[in-house]
Every structure is written in structure tokens, then in C-alpha cells.
Design a binder for this molecule. Sequence first.
Ligand SMILES: Nc1ncnc2c1ncn2[C@@H]1O[C@H](COP(=O)(O)OP(=O)(O)OP(=O)(O)O)[C@@H](O)[C@H]1O
Ligand SMILES: [Mg+2]
Length: 340
Amino acid sequence: MDSEESDVETESNRINHFSPNKSDSMVVKSVSKNYGKFQAVRNISFGVKRGECFGVLGENGAGKTTMFKMITGSEDLTSGDILVNGNSVQKDIRTIYHDIGYCPQFDGLIDHLTGRETLKIVSRIRGINENIIDEQIDALSRLLFFEKHIDQQISGYSGGTKRKLSFAISIVGNPLIAFLDEPTTGVDPVSRRCLWNAIHMVREAGSSLVLTSHSMEECEALCNRLIIMVHGRITCLGSPMHLKQKYGAGYIVHIKLKHPIVEKSIRKLDRFMRIKFPECYLDSIHNNMIVYKIQTNQIKLSQLFGSIERSKDSLFIEDYSICQTSLERIFLSFVRKEKK
Ligand SMILES: Nc1ncnc2c1ncn2[C@@H]1O[C@H](COP(=O)(O)OP(=O)(O)OP(=O)(O)O)[C@@H](O)[C@H]1O
Ligand SMILES: [Mg+2]
């Protein structure tokens, strides 16, 4: 088995060969979706544990929204099954509606209602005590910074405010599991942080969340596990840290040499880097800025930092910075690999 696939296989075995685990709010079992001859989702299996924030990354058209639509009953499954709290979406979708919240990619709001009226309807469906509904709506709208619009008609809402309302609908009353399809797309950076706080709060209250996003930063900040989908398949699965350790191609080191730059100091630095870090290569030189890439996971950041720091003066280094491979690079490498 390819080690890249082993995490995906392990999860698939856990889901398909063992009886449903009570620690999972939802399990997706060997699910596929065909649109005619086109397969949008290809035999995917994973579980979302209670209280976890599970991220789904993938390029446009990877199959993320299709998967959410199947889970929430707006698209049929071609094969496989999805269980939410032990109930099958194929047999018990009405029961499941009580357990889930859904923030669709494109807001499906009723324009002539106000935000409060909309949230009241959803709160009643979720069985929230009538006496505390208004209180909860006020608290949510304050938390998400749209309290001044809460009693206005949705038809007058801006795109970002509609997004906030859709998000509020999906989490009001802390459902067992909420599906958030690009909840922060089109939301300003300050409000985005408010949405992140709200996500932390619903998690702490015990809800599970499944989130799609095109922001790697967002997935790193919020998700404890994530998958990368390419062409309807899961290509890797794990915590952001695990993925970075497993697939991270090491470090990027930016070194700024003291003026004046002489050929000799570049050669000296190069010799030092190659001896200390045999896996490194010179990526670019611009004036006095030299960039090295080190393609290994075997060196610790502290080791790298210590070596350069100790030789800083003898190598005529004015300043330097070291960064680890980002989740974004891992994402790009998976997408490129699948496209080859
Ligand atoms: N009703 C449909 N009929 C035919 N093909 C569809 C239908 N809905 C989706 N698809 C196709 O299925 C694939 C997956 O689409 P989906 O909307 O799930 O992607 P996505 O990962 O959510 O992308 P994005 O990041 O752009 O939202 C795409 O190729 C899309 O064209
Ligand atoms: Mg989508």
C-alpha cells in the first residue's frame, strides 16, 4: 500500500469493517455520486468524531458541495450510505434534520423575511425553548456583528451579512453536527475572525463541524483533522500537523548577506549549507538575498536555527528567516500530482 494512501485506507477500514463507532457523529461509507457518466464523488469513506472540526479541502469541482448535498438529503447517493448519529440519510432523513445544521455554499434565504424571523423558524424546528429564542438570536447576531440588521428584511442584506445569517442558521441551538460550505467566503477579515470564534464556541458546546474552505489558513486555525479531495477522491487525511510532518517538503531559508556582497562570501555560505544540510539546494539569489530550500523532514527547526545562528557572523549574515512548508504547498502538490 502506498504510504500516502495508508491514512485514507486506515480510515476507510475503520468505517467499513467495524460496527459504527459511537464516538462518530457521522460516518460516510463508500459513497459515490454519478451525474450521468461523470463521477463527481468516488467511493469515499470517513468518520467525523463528536466535537471535532473536520476540514474538507479541494479545488473547484472536487466534489465537496456534492458530498454536503448528499449528507443533507438534497442529492441522492449513487452508492454507499451516510449515517448521522446512527441514522441513515437514505432511510431516516427526517430524523437527521433535527441533528444537523447546514450553511450551503450559496445562501438559500427567503428574501422577504427578516434575519430574526428566519432564525426563529429554525430555532423552533430545533426545539429551542420559546422563552430563550430571542435571547439566543440577539447573542448570535452580536457575536457575528450583524445585530443592526437582524430586524431588517434579508432582501436589503449585503453578501457578507447574508453569509453570516446562513452561518447563524446552521449553528443556532448547537446541532449535533453542522456542515459549513465555504462559510467565510465573501466575509471581511474582522467578521471572519468572529465566525472563527463562533465555530470554537459551538465546538466547545459539543457540536461537530464539517467545514469546506479555500483558505488553508482557516483550515489550520480551525480543523483538528482534514481531508484533501481531488477529482472526487480523498487523497490524504489527518491533522494539519500530521500532514505537514508527513508530506511537508521541509523548510525555506531566506538569508540576507551583509554588504558589500562578494563572490567569496556567497561561496562560503553555499559550502556551509551543503555540508550542514546535504538535502538543501540554492533556490534563488537576488542582490544580497539568497534563498535555500531544504527538502527533508529529518531536520528539526531548532537544529536548523541553531546552526545558522552560531555561524551567522563568520558567514557575513545580516539577517535570516526560516519557514516551514505550509499546508497550501501540500495541497498544491496533491492537486498537481493527480493532474499528471
Ligand atoms: N447537478 C449536477 N449535474 C451535473 N454535474 C454536476 C452537478 N452538480 C455538480 N456537478 C459536477 O460535479 C463536480 C463536483 O462539483 P461540486 O459542486 O461538488 O464541487 P466543489 O468541490 O464544491 O467545488 P467548488 O470549490 O467550486 O465549490 C463538478 O465537476 C460539477 O460540475
Ligand atoms: Mg462547492
